[in-house]
Each structure stands twice: as structure tokens, then as C-alpha cells.
Design a binder for this molecule. Sequence first.
Ligand SMILES: Nc1ncnc2c1ncn2[C@@H]1O[C@H](COP(=O)(O)OP(=O)(O)OP(=O)(O)O)[C@@H](O)[C@H]1O
Ligand SMILES: [Mg+2]
Length: 314
Amino acid sequence: MMNAIQVSELTKVYQTAKNQPPLHAVDNINFTVHAGEVFGFLGPNGAGKTTTMRMLTGLVRPTAGNASVLGLDLATAITRIKKQIGVVPEMSNLYDELSAFDNLVFAMQLYGVPRAQRQTRAEELLARFRLSEKRDAPFAKLSRGMKRALTIAAALAHRPPLIFLDEPTTGLDVMSARNLRQMIAGLRKEGVTVFLTTHYLEEAERLCDRIAIIVKGRIVALDTVENLKSAAQTKTLVELTLADANNCIETRPIEGETVEAAARAALAQTDGRRVLAINTLRPTLEDVFVKLTGLKADVMLIEKGGKGGGNAGG
Ligand SMILES: Nc1ncnc2c1ncn2[C@@H]1O[C@H](COP(=O)(O)OP(=O)(O)OP(=O)(O)O)[C@@H](O)[C@H]1O
Ligand SMILES: [Mg+2]
């Protein structure tokens, strides 16, 4: 199957000020996004996530390197690429005064969706993003979560096989973020390829088939969550849960060369108490992140200023 995105030695250097060294916002990165997968770009503030996305969607010119998007060459075919992808930037690009419905119809007009299909398609998108009730409400009057959902709906107006989402759930409350994640998971079921950037480890873990961890413009790891965890795990751990005669419960981790050895070691330490459970312990994605980046996991929770505030509902 064709790759949805193939990136080779992509680099963006900004010359910020005359007396400052140039900033390598994106520093010689390589990766491939498979058709049909949800691919996560996970990294802290300033890592280069948005810059990468802006290069791949034709909003910023790479300083060096190249990419192919949907089999088309970024350097020469950007106009054709733009017609075939959906893009949801951090800040919505919809019109405040237009209703939810009209915003969708307008997006379809821009993408050349035939007039006869626009109405039906707009109603379908509203229903799917649970916005039918808000059909005639101006965009400005929607809640933050609804705005985000409508912006994604508009990016899907022309049924793109590939969609880019820049931090789709940042600034949303827990419920809205959860709803949006369900919608993103739904896209995957339909076979849409999703490239998404996020700060949230948990979001990446739940939604993404594969994750690239990006720090200071470089990809420090790229794999499935399972493989990242296996790579980060140096020893096998099991967790032994015991209950004594008074039903006091104790839980302790026990190491071993293999799961079997750890379990055997655990069973040798029961002191006659009842064994309630022996579970294999796996590192969390947070453990993986800390190990690979040397950063604390809470760097990911730092909210950015001037982005509309709100709670970081992870
Ligand atoms: N137009 C620009 N001119 C100069 N520097 C820029 C420009 N755009 C981005 N940068 C710098 O490039 C680096 C990467 O920024 P980018 O927006 O790609 O990060 P990000 O991973 O999206 O961060 P965030 O999580 O905060 O959105 C940052 O140091 C940023 O200040
Ligand atoms: Mg960004």
C-alpha cells in the first residue's frame, strides 16, 4: 500500500535575530505515515510539531529536505496536495458570523464539491459531529468543543483521504476532549489517515497506531506504543497482591529475568498469605517518554499562553 506521507531529511531553520544563532525548529527529520493509520506527533512546547505540519501542508517552505504527501512531491505539487488533504490548525479558520451549516457549505465551495452534493453532505457532517441542533447558530456562539468539532467537519468537506490535526483537544474540557477523540477514532475506522500533534501522552496512547516523539526539532523515538514500551523495559516486573487473615491487602513489585521467574519469586514470598493476584507490570508511556527524552513528563502539561486558555482536559 502507498504511504500517506514520506518525509526525508526535512528541516526548517529560522533566523530569529541578526545576533542570534539560527534556530533549527525542525532538524533533519525522517518518517513515514502509513495509509489508514493514526500517526501521533508527540512533543513539548516548541518541539517543532506545528512547523512540521505547516511544511507538510504547504504553509511554510522547508529549508532543506523533502516529502511526498499522498504520493505527490511536496516541492513541486503543493497545489494538488492541498486539494486532497484536510487541515485543522490550532486556531480555527472558520467564519464567526456564518452558521455552522453555512461554514460547511462554504468550505465545500472552496474545495470544489459539486453544488448538488453540498447540502446533503453538510447535514451528514453536522449529524456525525453531533452539531445538527446547532445547524443555524453562528460559529462565534458555539462552545469551544463544538467549534473544534465543526472545524474538523469543515476540513472533511471534500472527503480527503488524509487529515492533519494540530492539537485537536488542547484547551478542551474532559468531556469535549473525549467526544472529539471518539470522532477521530471514527475517522480511522473509515480509512482516513490522520496525522495529529499532541501534548497529551494519554491521548497519543489511546488514539495512535504509531507515535513519533519529537524534542527540539528531532525525532527521538518512533514506533507503536507497545514497541516503545518494550524497548523501554529493561527488566521484567510482576506485581504481587496478598491478603492476610485480617484481609489486609499488600501489593509489591517483584523483579525477574522472565515473567515466569518473577512469578515464581513472588510465590516464594507469600508467607502463608492468600494470593489475590499476580500481574505483569508494563511501563507506562510516561515512563517511556521520561526515559527517552530525559525530560520530566510534566513538561507536557505546561499550557501555552495566548491560546484561548481553558483546561487541559487530558
Ligand atoms: N515564524 C517563526 N519564526 C521564528 N521562529 C519560529 C517561527 N515559527 C516557529 N518558530 C520557532 O520554532 C520552534 C518550533 O515551533 P513550533 O510551533 O513548531 O513548536 P510546537 O511543537 O508546535 O510547539 P507547541 O506545542 O507550543 O505548539 C519554536 O522554538 C518556535 O519559537
Ligand atoms: Mg504547535
